[in-house]
Each structure stands twice: as structure tokens, then as C-alpha cells.
Design a protein around this ligand. Structure first.
Ligand SMILES: Cc1ncc(COP(=O)(O)O)c(C=O)c1O
Length: 218
């Protein structure tokens, strides 16, 4: 291997060579079973062991207390823009959103398709270069407060934030998570209160579909 470069951009980064080589070898023959992990049954003992180990490692990596359980979910942060309100807001109450930039605004718009999601602060006037010093009062029926810990486009990031529900994406695993003030997170570890599939069945109106999942008619 002679041509390996570093990637310092936001998003995916370079992986250790040993990890890539191991994945490469196991793609042809996983643990001597003659197939790749992509080809074995998802109900097989071998795969179940991979699944269990992945969950345990994820729990350790993000230092989650034992009463939090990682969920491995399809989709990225955009999916959580929708899943968080579907799980926490669809059956009533309101949600408070701090609009700190592009990501927060996208999350707010998706939540407004599901329920009563309110923008309680916006950084629009400063071109999304500021964050609130203090939180405005929350209404009595507020189910959760939503903030974007790291606005990666405009480049504003909380150094600390008050007791709240938060989503984590670009800072996941890069900073300690304050579990006791965090009820749900993104991209993969949302602590669901209701199964998403059950919630989706309620979405009869076409315009209620999240933008990134909107079904087409042709
Ligand atoms: C803060 C933040 N939110 C949301 C996203 C969108 O993530 P995804 O592409 O996984 O939906 C990103 C990705 O760059 C991000 O940095």
C-alpha cells in the first residue's frame, strides 16, 4: 500500500489501514465460514455474535450508562429530524427548537410536519454566527428542547449546554455525552418511546411525509 492520504474534511475520515485490510480480507471469508458477513443469514449465530459485539462496543465507545441502549438504525441525521418528533411529539404537546443554522432549521421544518414544534430562538439576524446565552422559558406542555450541538455549515458549536434533549451527530464520539441531561440522540442512538413503524402508519396525509422519504407517484 503506497498511496494513502489523510482526509481532514468534515464527515467521513480516513480509517486505520489495519482496519481496512481486515475488512477487505473478511469480505471474502468471514471467520473461515467461506462467505462474507454480508452474505450470511442475519439469524445465524455468527451474525448474532457480530450484532451483540457491535452493540457492546458502541455502548462502551460512547460511554453510555447501562440503562441506555444503543439502537442501530438505518439512515443518518436527516432521518432523526423526523424520528425524534415522531417518537416524542406525534401524540401531542409541543417542542422547542433553537434555530442555530441550517441543520436546526431543517430539523424544525420536519418537526412542524409532525406536531407543534416552535422556534424559540433564532440566530438568523447574525447570519447564524451566534448561539443563545440563556434559554428562553419553555411552555408547560413542552416535550423536549432541541438544539444542534454543532452547526457544521455555519461553524457554531456549543461548548456547554443546559439540561435538555439534544441531538448529536458531528460531535458524536468526539466529546463526552452528558447522558443524564440527554433523552434522545442522533444519528443512531435514539431512545424510542414508540416504534417508528407504528407511528408511520398514522401518516395518511401525503404532505406529512418527511422530505427525504416523500413517496413519488411515478
Ligand atoms: C450537524 C449536522 N446535522 C445533520 C447532518 C446531516 O447528516 P446526514 O447526511 O447523515 O443526514 C450533518 C452532516 O453533515 C451535520 O453535520
Amino acid at each position: 500500500m503506497t498511496h494513502r492520504i489523510y482526509n481532514f474534511t468534515a464527515g467521513p475520515c480516513t480509517l486505520p489501514l489495519a482496519v481496512l485490510e481486515s475488512a477487505q480480507a473478511e469480505l471474502l471469508d468471514f471467520q473461515g465460514c467461506g462467505m462474507s458477513v454480508l452474505e450470511i443469514s442475519h439469524r445465524s449465530k455468527r451474525f448474532e455474535a457480530v450484532h451483540e459485539e457491535t452493540l457492546a462496543l458502541a455502548q462502551e465507545l460512547i460511554a453510555a450508562p447501562a440503562d441506555f441502549q444503543p439502537l442501530l438504525l438505518a439512515g443518518g441525521a436527516h432521518q432523526q429530524f423526523d424520528m425524534i418528533p415522531l417518537n416524542l411529539l406525534a401524540d401531542g404537546g409541543s417542542a422547542a427548537y433553537i434555530n442555530s443554522g441550517i441543520w436546526a432549521e431543517k430539523a424544525l421544518k420536519e418537526a412542524q410536519r409532525v406536531g407543534d414544534a416552535r422556534e424559540i430562538w433564532t440566530g438568523r439576524d447574525s447570519g447564524f454566527t451566534t448561539l443563545p446565552d440563556a434559554l428562553p422559558p419553555l411552555s408547560a406542555d413542552c416535550r423536549y428542547l432541541y438544539l444542534t450541538s454543532n452547526e457544521t455549515i455555519s461553524g457554531v458549536q456549543y461548548r456547554d449546554y443546559p439540561t435538555t434533549v439534544s441531538r448529536k451527530n458531528s460531535t458524536a464520539c468526539g466529546s463526552a455525552i452528558r447522558w443524564r441531561c440527554t433523552a434522545s440522540r442522533t444519528p443512531s442512538w435514539l431512545r424510542a418511546t414508540k416504534p417508528q413503524a407504528a407511528q408511520r402508519k398514522d401518516r395518511k396525509e401525503e404532505n406529512q411525509w418527511p422530505r427525504h422519504l416523500k413517496p413519488t407517484t411515478n
